[in-house]
Every structure is written in structure tokens, then in C-alpha cells.
Design a protein around this ligand. Sequence first.
Ligand code: NZQ
Ligand code: ZN
Length: 387
Amino acid sequence: MQNFDYMTPTRLIFGKESIVKLPEVMRSLGKRVLLTYGGGSIKKIGLYDRVNELLKDFEIFELPGIQPNPKYDPSVLDGVRMCKENQIDVILAVGGGSVLDCSKAIAAGAKYDGDPWDLITYKVKAQAALPIVDVLTLAATGSEYDCGGVISRTETNDKVGYMDPLLFPVCSILDPVYTFTVSKKQTAAGCADAMNHTIEQYFVADSTLLNDGFCESMLKSLMVNATKCIENPEDYTARAEMMLCCTYGCNGILSLGNSYSGWPCHGIEHALSAYYDITHGEGLAIITPRWMRHILNEKTIDRFVKYGINVFGIDATLPKQEIAEKAIDATYAFFESINIPMHLREVGIDESRIDEMAHHIAVNEGLENAYAPLTEEDIKKILIESL
Ligand code: NZQ
Ligand code: ZN
């Protein structure tokens, strides 16, 4: 078991009507609020009005229009400028992972005199950040309980993930009711994202019975509950369990003491989103089974056997190779069952830029050090298999 140093300072307020605690949370952080949100879903569900009503004693400035795969220019740059011009005390992100990630980059940029890209690329270490509170409306990324963010720069085809303990939200308000309106497509993508977060922490050289059990439960719960959410979008119990699963996905709690996997599927997917602006969870669902098939070998087979038996209930008396292959097939079949497009061509990606993307990933993602090391040639094969 590896050493670790772990802390998650984020307060979680979970459940129906948990938003009533928003004024109390915000009061301790300041009066001048930058409210960040996306393309308008929060207005459709009445959340925008509710937030404004609850915060009527605060001074609110707004940054709307944050897109999925949030963009450095204009969203991060506009937000940083607004924080500086208006002496913002606290950022309130209302929306999905993209709104939250963008807000994290703004929070750090607001306290830095140079180009915020320096912080995102670790050229400069952030010294301070504005506090962030969020009201989450989409279960997927786990950004509400981690200190990471992912920011895209269209002009350079970069989608860069970065982490800084300064960027843990102070408080995340998680009311599953706000996720009732999430489309079937985004619900499925959110499930695939959280499943992949778990898989990225499960396929490692060195794990524990404890962590394997957490991960196996996460995967089973996500599959059962996402299916229910898609069948009945207003199933509170299913939305609630899915939301909590997603919250656990990315903050490291599932793999304390494990060796590091290198998060290879994320490394590959980030390039797909950077080049083609696709939905993150869909890209992951497409890549994951192809990556699994590619890395299945004598060294990795025992992990696949455990995964197959404990997650999918595959007959443990079968030969190892058969269990592993059935497990990969079952992973693919599950994603297909929730109607995720399972080929890159279906999300608008053809072979024309595969060489370029494989090179970009190999240079930027460090996957030669992953649990199952990937060279540029391996990455290219996985992408071609995914077409
Ligand atoms: O923009 P609006 O109008 O709000 O619509 C959004 C958006 O179109 C919509 N939506 C959100 N809540 C809704 C809703 N529609 C109806 N009802 C609601 N209640 O859903 C669409 C997608 O939203 P987005 O925030 O982009 O989705 P998600 O939460 O999946 O975030 C994806 C981003 O997070 C990054 C991804 O790479 C991607 O950029 N990730 C962040 C991570 C982190 N910080 O830890 C880890 C992840 O691995 C991931 O990379
Ligand atoms: Zn993800």
C-alpha cells in the first residue's frame, strides 16, 4: 500500500431543498458574488430565479454562456476580468461540471496578475484563489468534490486538466431534483464518465480489497441507477444515488493507497474533445472497451478477471481469458444499452486527424508511465479500433 496525504475540505449539502442553506453558506464568504452558469438550463428549471431570490441581499454579477468543454477564451478570461473589475468576493457556480471547472480557473486567475494559462499549465503555482460555492445540476464529473478543472483552448487543440488544492469548492449543494431535467444523452454520458473515473482507479498494479470493493460497488450502482434515471428521469432515489456516486468519482477517495494508473482513457479522450468538441462521457465510453482490449495481457488479466466476476457476475469457473473477454464485452454492451454512440464516426470523428491526435496525446499525457504503458503507436491503434 502506498503512502498518501489526503484532505477534502469541501462541505457537501445533499438532498431535497438543500439550496435553502445557500445564504448561510455565502454569508461567511462575502457580499460580492460572481454567478457563473451555462447556456440557460438553470433558467428553464427555475433555479436561476431561486438563487437570485435567496441571495437578494447580495450584490450579484453574472457570467452566463459557459459552454460544455469550457473555453479559456472567452469564458475564463471574461470571468477573471469581471472578478478583478468588480472586487468579487466569491464565485457561485450553478450548473454542470463545465460551469464549475471554468469557475475554478477563474477563481485562481482572479488572484494572479499574469496570464491565467500559466496556472492551468503549472508554469506558475497559484498562491491564492477566490472561494467557490456550487449548486450542481448534472451528475457526472465529480468536480464538486475535487480540486481539478479541465479547460479547452480551441486555437491550439488543447484540453488541459489541472489540479490545485486551492480549488476545492468551499461548499457543494447537491439536490438530485435539479438533475431531473438532464437529457437521456447527458445522463448516459455522466454515467460513463463516473464509471470511467472508477475504472481508471481500479486498473492499477497495486490495490486493496477495500478499494476494489468501493470501486466495484460504484460501478454496479452507476449501471443500475443510470438505467433507472434514463427510464424514469424523475426517479428521485435513482438520481440521488447516481449523484452521490459521481461525487465520489474523482477526488481520490476510491484509490487511497493504490499505485497510480495514469488515467489513460482520460488522456486519450481529452484530445478527442479538444479536436472535435465532443461530449466527454461519450468519448470515454467509446475509448474504454477498446483500451481494455488493447491492454489485456498476461500482466493485466487478473484485474480483468476480478472486474468481470465482481462487477458483472461472470462465472468464476470459466478460463481466465474467457472471463476477461466477457467482462470487456459486458462493459461495451452496457454503454450500448444506455444508447451511447459507440463509434467515433457516430460523434463526427474520422481517421483524418488520428495521427495528429495520437502524437498530441503521446507528447502531452505521459501515458508511457501508465499502469499499462501506451506508446504513440498503441494510442493510434486504440483510436483506429474506436472508429
Ligand atoms: O449549459 P447549460 O444550458 O447549463 O446545459 C448543460 C450542457 O449543455 C446541460 N445541463 C446541465 N445541467 C442540466 C442540463 N440540462 C438540463 N437540465 C439540467 N439540470 O448539460 C450539458 C452538459 O453540461 P456540462 O457541464 O458540460 O457536463 P458535465 O457535467 O459532464 O461536464 C463536462 C466537463 O467536465 C470535464 C469534462 O472534460 C468536460 O469539460 N471534467 C471535469 C472533471 C473534474 N473537474 O474533475 C473530471 C472529468 O473527468 C471531466 O474531464
Ligand atoms: Zn471524466
